[in-house]
Design a protein around this ligand. Structure first.
Ligand code: SAH
Length: 219
């Protein structure tokens, strides 16, 4: 892709992205690092050409394979909860899709791991992140229910797919003081934060959300 296509023109321009960031701020996103990351990652690069002109609308959009690219507000909100005024540190994303949220995490942290269960989506994530020169993000075709034992423990873990219960395997891969954020529930979901404290895990619940389900195995 040439640099004009990366930077974007018209509905995919830096100006359109800046308006998206203004909207996120108005909706209550306050962490300036998160707002900066949302402002520099060109979301249109992660979408099919036909959808690129809607890249900076604050909505989830189809990715193919029955999956969706997450809504910008929800990405910003979950990462703001996860970063909690500190640092992301070594971070793991479960459900990379085509890599949008992984790119945001990659702007915020030097150590990012992301797993995806659908091989062709992971291939697209790899291509997209390469174009953006975010080569420090390590991608793996794997079942995120198992976490990523080879790189554990993580300071932060974020799930982009919903489960009815917090996966215990993932909690076990959190470093002391580590934090995990995920959409918790089935038909009705809320953002759930779990922190690994000195006396155990502490859970806090936030906004209602709607995510695709965390599925077993790989395809
Ligand atoms: N992070 C993406 C969101 C993609 S949608 C973004 O930035 O837009 C959620 C993704 O989770 C889907 O691609 C789906 O295939 C993936 N997923 C679901 N269950 C999974 C599992 N057990 N392991 C890894 N990925 C999973």
């Amino acid at each position: 892709m040439n640099s004009a296509a990366l930077t974007g023109i018209g509905m995919t321009s830096q100006r359109t992205r800046a308006r998206m960031v203004d909207r996120l701020r108005a909706l209550g996103i306050g962490d300036t690092r998160v707002l900066h990351a949302m402002g520099v990652v060109p979301r249109h690069v992660f979408l099919e050409q036909a959808l690129a002109n809607r890249a900076y609308d604050d909505t989830a959009l189809p990715l193919g394979f029955g999956q969706t690219i997450s809504q910008p507000f929800v990405v910003a909100r979950m990462i703001e909860i996860l970063i909690a005024g500190r640092e992301l540190g070594k971070t793991l994303e479960i459900g990379a899709g085509c890599g949008y949220q992984a790119a945001i995490l990659g702007v915020l942290s030097k150590q990012v791991f992301a797993v995806e269960r659908i091989a062709p989506l992971l291939a697209r994530a790899r291509e997209n992140l390469k174009q953006l020169k975010l080569s420090h993000i390590r991608l793996k075709h794997a079942d995120g229910n198992l976490g990523l034992a080879e790189a554990a423990p993580f300071d932060t873990i974020i799930l982009a797919a919903a489960a009815a219960a917090v996966p215990q395997t993932l909690l076990a891969q959190l470093a002391p003081g580590g934090r995990l954020v995920m959409p918790l529930g089935g038909a009705e979901q809320v953002i759930c934060l779990v922190e690994r404290g000195e006396i155990g895990f502490v859970e806090t619940r936030f906004d209602a959300v709607r995510f695709v389900p965390l599925l077993p195995g790989v395809e």
